[in-house]
Design a protein around this ligand. Structure first.
Ligand SMILES: NC(=O)C[C@H](N)C(=O)O
Length: 331
């Protein structure tokens, strides 16, 4: 039967990076190599799909803005509607890859596989990981059994849910972890599945990129001993719609921060408790703080940066804290 047609949307990152010598695995410039060169560098892609590339951006992912998320999302949505596209791969820097993957998982209404991929070493380095990661991502995007599983991340032979996965380590090629485990493996261009996500995503999402024009402004503040309320007061002045508290432990909040948060809440700003723990947070309502009394929201297992994405999307549809909490349980 005919080969699947896969479009590679390139946005930059280390997978498009270049260093001065082959020994430079960590010192290099991200976002240098154009998409056609990336594709030409892996001729084996033609064995798993008919591939074409589009250069959407050429940036390091730490510089991704909400506007760029919107541009990318709208392009993915438009391509997914085309009959001559079976799957989409997005090459991306790894630093904020988990945010983009979760964003697309929430707003792209398509069953077609969307796979986000990056690398930890530039293509110019010894044992560069980008070529195999790209081959794996294209293979997954071309696979019929990848349909309907939400936006995926293919890195280091693993297939991860874009919702769950996070960059957990920054110096190893085994950088991406999910607290709930990988969905499957991709080996020699074939995907092997073990589980599927149950949280709402893509076609079962109430959000639709085609109907969103601008994401809500949401900021994150990190919790630690002796934390002050200065960040929250500054965010308030800047006009945020929600703040994510990257709290200690179970999203806990120092008692001297509560008055500032309640002042913000009184002005309509949503207060969302997440956790700064890295192995997988699990924040429950009223367990650590009286969320019902304060009218706060908990991010449950979403880390602060993922909570920022969900809030930025959800607040385009509602300003109600109960609705927002429902959304945080369901997605
Ligand atoms: N490994 C990487 O891709 C890191 C790079 N700073 C980026 O996110 O673009």
């Amino acid at each position: 039967d005919a080969k699947s047609k896969v479009v590679i949307l390139a946005t930059g990152g280390t997978i498009a990076g270049a260093g001065a010598t082959a020994a430079n695995s960590a010192t290099y410039q991200a976002a240098k190599v154009p998409v056609d060169k990336l594709i030409a560098g892996v001729p084996e892609l033609a064995n798993v799909a008919d591939v074409r590339g589009e250069q959407v951006f050429q940036i390091a992912s730490e510089s991704f803005t909400n506007e760029q998320l919107m541009t990318l999302g709208k392009r993915v949505s438009a391509l997914a509607k085309q009959d001559d596209v079976d799957g989409i791969v997005i090459t991306h820097g790894t630093d904020t890859l988990e945010e983009t993957a979760f964003f697309l998982n929430l707003v792209v209404r398509s069953e077609k596989p969307v796979v986000v991929v990056g690398s930890m070493r530039p293509g110019s380095a010894l044992s560069a990981d980008g070529m195999l990661n790209l081959y794996d991502a294209v293979a997954v995007a071309a696979a019929k059994d990848a349909r309907g599983k939400g936006v995926l991340v293919a890195m280091n032979d693993e297939i991860q849910s874009g919702r769950d996965v996070s960059k957990a380590i920054n110096i190893r090629t085994e950088a991406f972890k999910s607290p709930w485990g990988a969905l499957g493996m991709v080996v020699e261009g074939k995907s092997y599945w073990f589980r599927a996500p149950v949280k709402r995503h893509t076609t079962s999402s109430e959000f639709d990129i085609d109907k969103i024009e601008k994401l809500a402004p949401v900021e994150v503040a990190y919790g630690y001993g002796n934390m002050s309320d200065a960040a929250y007061r500054a965010f308030d002045k800047a006009g945020v719609k929600a703040v994510i508290h990257a709290g200690t432990g179970n999203g806990s909040v120092a008692k001297h921060i509560v008055p500032a948060l309640q002042e913000l809440r009184g002005k309509g700003v949503q207060v969302i408790r997440s956790a700064r723990v890295t192995g997988g947070g699990f924040v429950l309502r009223n367990a650590e703080q009286p969320d019902d009394k304060y009218d706060w929201v908990v991010a449950h297992d979403l880390n602060p940066q993922k909570a920022r994405i969900l809030a930025a999307v959800a607040l385009t549809a509602t300003q109600d804290s109960k609705e927002l909490q429902r959304i945080f349980w369901e997605y």
